[in-house]
Design a protein around this ligand. Sequence first.
Ligand SMILES: C[S@@+](CC[C@H](N)C(=O)[O-])C[C@H]1O[C@@H](n2cnc3c(N)ncnc32)[C@H](O)[C@@H]1O
Length: 442
Amino acid sequence: MGNTFLTIDEVAKKLQVTRQTVSKYIINNELNAIKVNKSYRILEDDFINFILSNSTLERPVRFYLKKSRNCILDYDGKVSEHALLSESASGTLTHTDQQHSGPYNSLFFGDNLEVLKILSKELQGKVDLIYIDPPFATGNDFADIDNQHAYSDKLTHNEFIEFIRQRLILLRDILSDKGSIYLHIDKKIGHYIKIVMDEIFGYDNFINDITRIKCNPKNFARNAYGNYSDMILFYAKKRDNNIWNNIKEDLSERKIEELFPKKHPQHGRYTTHPLHAPGETLSGDTGKEWNGLMPPKGRHWRYSREELTRLESLGLIEWSEKGNPRKIVYAKDHAGVKTQDVWEYKDKGLSYSDYPTQKNIDLLNRIILNSSNPGSIVLDCFAGSGTTLIAAAKLNRHWVGIDNSQHAIDTIKKLFNKEDIKYNLFEHVTETHQGIHLTAAH
Ligand SMILES: C[S@@+](CC[C@H](N)C(=O)[O-])C[C@H]1O[C@@H](n2cnc3c(N)ncnc32)[C@H](O)[C@@H]1O
């Protein structure tokens, strides 16, 4: 976010109005300003928010937006950041179930905007990882296999975008400086959300747009390509400062067969690599005779003779019929490959899932292992069946979960009990906020 200040004169010039008009905006609390030594200064972000919330302003002003930022979505009902952040939280959190006395590992039943506002002070700058899988603006109701209502996804267009944007603003402030956020969304609305995330987290903090293969290929009757993927937008609070554990991916069966064509009766698939490399060593160890054998002309041993003897003693050298030694490399010792940005984690069918739109826990394991450390706080404020919370708990992370569906909370409790995960449960009730400590009362 820009921290540049503008003077009243500069604002007047940009808006093509008089100084008096700008002063009027400030007095009427339409434009936020800070008093410095008897004169007013306007934060550039506040100026932009002012422009965004005044759709009647003329074209030159809109042009200023384009110059000052890469891209900003402009739509009806967009609330200024200042207005959102200065609104105090409504209601309070009631502790309804206490299963441990440690910090965090708490589940909140309520609207995430209000709960996040209440928690914002306590969590500010502390959360290392956020994964959210909000509704996707489908206009649908979601129910489980027994037709029990789980949640509604009725907000669409600008209302949906603003719903997500307001939550993202609060989430940005609780992320730690080494934190990351992953937002799961579909491809119909996701590109708008990318622009909103650029606005809130900064274009330069974008890391990946991950394509998630969600189901088997579809045989659409429509005049369209089958849609079998959605997207996960991955941003850092501060690019290149984010926790990154670079967890490698196992080779696929097909790749193993291709790269390791031979089979050992006990140790499985393997291949062999030459033990010599181009270039002659005139007087060094790698140019000398080993096991009665000189390296071929114009080549040298890849390893010292001591290492060659060690490899031989470990049974890691295979001799060809012509007496040529090669190093054995087993598939089981392969370090894995760099994970790319297309992931296949299909959803289970409704009859096999605990909750509609429940995500695959392996997807969450990958995200948590890569972008947090043991002891990190992981937060999901659209928790659903608690996939993120369960993965975090099992990987020794602290977690915070929020959902406003009774069915979601009941499902999480059931799954926590099954996995023996201890939690504290709070309910958001609409009374005056008294303050909350995530450390349970002793
Ligand atoms: C797509 S589901 C999440 C599924 C979850 N990732 C899982 O694996 O089970 C979205 C969830 O967001 C919740 N939700 C929607 N609006 C909310 C709000 N304003 N506050 C809190 N939760 C909300 C819904 O109740 C629903 O459980």
